[in-house]
Design a binder for this molecule. Sequence first.
Ligand SMILES: *Cc1c(COP(=O)(O)O)cnc(C)c1O
Length: 225
Amino acid sequence: MTAPEFDSAAARQAILDRIAAAAKAAGRAAGDVTLVAVSKQQPWERIAPVLAAGQTIFGENRVQEAQTRWAGRRAEQAAPLELRLIGPLQTNKAREALELFDVIETVDRPKLARVLAEEIQRAGRAPRLYVQVNTGEEAQKAGVVPPDADAFIAACRGEHGLAVEGLMCIPPQGEPAGPHFALLARIAARNGVPRLSMGMSADFETAVRFGATSVRVGSALFGSR
Ligand SMILES: *Cc1c(COP(=O)(O)O)cnc(C)c1O
């Protein structure tokens, strides 16, 4: 499973260069796009060189796994880390998620919005929040469907008092991603939502072209899981 010869620090630099080139081609500044290093299921030997190279923003899709990987190591880092939850969140894990994550990108249903609002009150500190949109309306995928997105964003803000920093999507496999990124960008624009988390290893340059402010890259950065 492990391939310790994979040079993740070199891979990171190559990805940053590709992000910068894609941004420039789209008339954007390279600094407008944040690389989120998706460290889920990766061995520490691949993560350490990326940390040493200066990467501070990491994405994880499971609360428990992220706690195991990061909770003890956080304090040891020279620069503050930013951890982002990019996988589905069960309401009974909301409190733990709030303790660990700086950003939760997967707010996708009224019950979760309500529980997060309660836990934020209780904790007296709030992570930055993204609403996940199921742009392909896939039955097996999390996220609010596009026809419900405006109302859900309004409810997050109005009913629950949550600030919505961005929108996130995972386009269907085997379909061109561009139309999904464009749809997410339209939903964000008409709701005044400033950030877009979209694009993974296979399509992050396309996402940059469509306005991504952060891309979530795992296997291209760390090697296959
Ligand atoms: C795993 C994962 C990624 C990274 O995928 P790669 O194809 O390995 O870059 C990005 N976003 C989410 C939500 C993921 O679960």
